[in-house]
Design a protein around this ligand. Structure first.
Ligand SMILES: [Fe+2]
Ligand SMILES: [Fe+2]
Length: 163
């Protein structure tokens, strides 16, 4: 269901040419755009219920993985490096295109705490996005695995029927 207030808060980011490029980048077996929108919308809804700064949460969560390095084009070593450092990449890239408040910067740069060696999140909003991102990532990975298992099962059933 479309949330008009949410859509208005993120409109300038979502409609920007640069952010649209995240649709082309594979992320958790899906694409970075869908992942970011999911983390942003869920975080926004929870922030609103908890009385937190939901506008900052919606915008920063949308930008939390905003960088254009595609894991499928880099080495294993670079992948490990990206896993640890991408919150910094995302902050740098986001600042290049959008104005960010101090809280938004904190949300982006600490969203991988404690895996990435950035500082401890300063705000409740940062903790919220950190947790929502983890939960969404797990759900996405499970969905991708489920789809792979189903398509393998499908393949073997078709194979059995043709012998
Ligand atoms: Fe991330
Ligand atoms: Fe993420």
């Amino acid at each position: 269901m479309i949330d008009n207030e949410y859509e208005l808060i993120i409109k300038d980011i979502d409609s920007s040419e640069e952010f649209q490029k995240t649709k082309e980048i594979v992320h958790h077996g899906m694409n970075r755009y869908d992942h970011s929108k999911r983390v942003s919308l869920y975080s926004y809804k929870i922030a609103k219920k908890l009385g937190l700064s939901y506008e900052e949460v919606a915008r920063a969560a949308l930008l939390h993985d905003f960088f254009l390095v595609d894991n499928k084009n880099i080495s294993v070593k670079e992948k490990a490096n990206t896993l640890v450092n991408h919150p910094k990449y995302a902050l740098k890239y986001s600042e290049k295109f959008f104005y960010l408040t101090e809280k938004e910067k904190d949300i982006i740069v600490t969203h991988m705490f404690p895996i990435a060696p950035t500082r401890v999140p300063k705000y409740a909003e940062s903790w919220l996005v950190d947790i929502v991102d983890d939960v969404v990532a797990i759900i996405e990975e499970v969905q991708v695995k489920k789809r792979q298992i189903l398509s393998m099962a499908n393949f073997f059933i078709v194979l059995l029927l043709t012998i």
